[in-house]
Design a binder for this molecule. Structure first.
Ligand code: HEC
Length: 118
């Protein structure tokens, strides 16, 4: 790749990033939901601590690495990862970067996957 096209790529990535953040923040304002409301929505399917999924094929979030949870939520938000239920949740709740970081921290710090047998 030559210098000019590299620069174009970097600019495009930066602009996507800015656009994405702005759109997510607007969505959050539209949702009119507090962080606690959003956490309750997640809890309905994953359990309060992310360790009691509603259905056996719903993943356990408790004790999962926070980085992984954040990456998964951002992937649903960007459309890189698609699932009819989760993609819709992330859209409807208008998750911001801040929400995602807090939710990931919350579920990661619960006793779960990595805590088994401890
Ligand atoms: C209506 C039920 C429902 C709600 C509400 C819900 N989820 Fe999910 N969640 C699912 C299902 C089903 C999957 C599995 C999707 C897949 O296979 O990609 C999933 C997957 C995930 C994953 C990926 C886990 C992995 O191991 O890759 C994360 C992270 C997650 N949910 C977090 C959340 C958070 C945070 C909220 C609240 C903002 C939330 N979910 C709300 C049903 C739900």
């Amino acid at each position: 790749m030559n210098q000019v096209s590299k620069l174009g790529l970097i600019l495009a990535l930066v602009m996507c990033g800015l656009g994405g953040t702005a759109a997510a923040n607007e969505a959050a304002d539209d949702s009119g939901m507090s962080y606690d409301d959003k956490l309750q929505a997640c809890a309905a399917c994953h359990g309060e601590n992310g360790d009691k999924p509603l259905a056996p094929d719903y993943p356990i979030l408790a004790g999962q690495y926070a980085d992984y949870l954040q990456a998964a939520l951002k992937a649903y938000r960007s459309g890189r990862r698609e699932h009819p239920i989760m993609s819709m949740q992330v859209q409807a709740l208008g998750l911001t970067d801040g929400d995602i970081a807090k939710l990931a921290q919350h579920f990661s710090s619960q006793k779960g996957l990595r805590g088994l047998g401890e």
